[in-house]
Design a binder for this molecule. Structure first.
Ligand code: ATP
Ligand code: MG
Length: 158
């Protein structure tokens, strides 16, 4: 479907904000401006659920999760940053592999199967986008992904 990603993203963040049990602050750093993408809403919802669930799972008490949208050429870049434990540099690519989990001891008590980001990667690639992570140990993690944007050309609608 043809979707205004700005509204779609806000609705998903709203749902997490209403149901979260952790003491974590949500900071939305993007304008209300419409940004159009052609996506399978169910699949991209699942991608965002996986990423935001991780951000919450690894956030410290009182931490902030920051949401951003940026237009880079014809791609929309979405990012979700947390202030959690972070991920060692050597593992930044592996977290997108099936069943891969950093530090089995640490993550065992937090639960999960290690599939969330592998599924997210498959779905973003199927949409023609990319997904990657940056992180600083002890300071936090940012997950980025891109989606091709649709330019709304007025004359197409005449
Ligand atoms: P599942 O998503 O299947 O419930 P999971 O969360 O362990 O399990 P992924 O979402 O694929 O699996 O993440 C893989 C691993 O990457 C995690 O186990 C964790 O070690 C690391 N990771 C992912 N997101 C973060 C984050 N925001 N901060 C720190 N580590 C993270
Ligand atoms: Mg996960």
């Amino acid at each position: 479907e043809f979707v205004n990603f700005t509204d779609f993203f806000n609705r998903i963040i709203d749902r997490f904000e209403m149901s979260k049990e952790q003491n974590v602050v949500f900071n939305r750093k993007f304008s209300k401006q419409a940004r159009f993408v052609e996506i399978d809403e169910d699949k991209v919802t699942q991608v965002l659920y996986n990423i935001i669930s991780n951000a919450l799972k690894y956030s410290p008490e009182g931490g902030t999760i920051t949401y951003r949208l940026k237009e880079r050429g014809n791609m929309l870049e979405v990012s979700i940053s947390d202030q959690g434990v972070g991920i060692p540099k050597d593992n930044l690519l592996k977290i997108f592999d099936r069943f891969y989990r950093v530090d089995k001891a640490r993550t065992r008590k937090l639960g999960g199967t290690g599939l969330g980001l592998a599924i997210a990667k498959e779905m973003i690639h199927a949409h023609g986008g990319r997904i990657w992570a940056t992180s600083e140990e002890g300071k936090g993690t940012t997950i980025y992904f891109t989606l091709p944007m649709e330019s709304v050309q007025e004359d197409e609608w005449i």
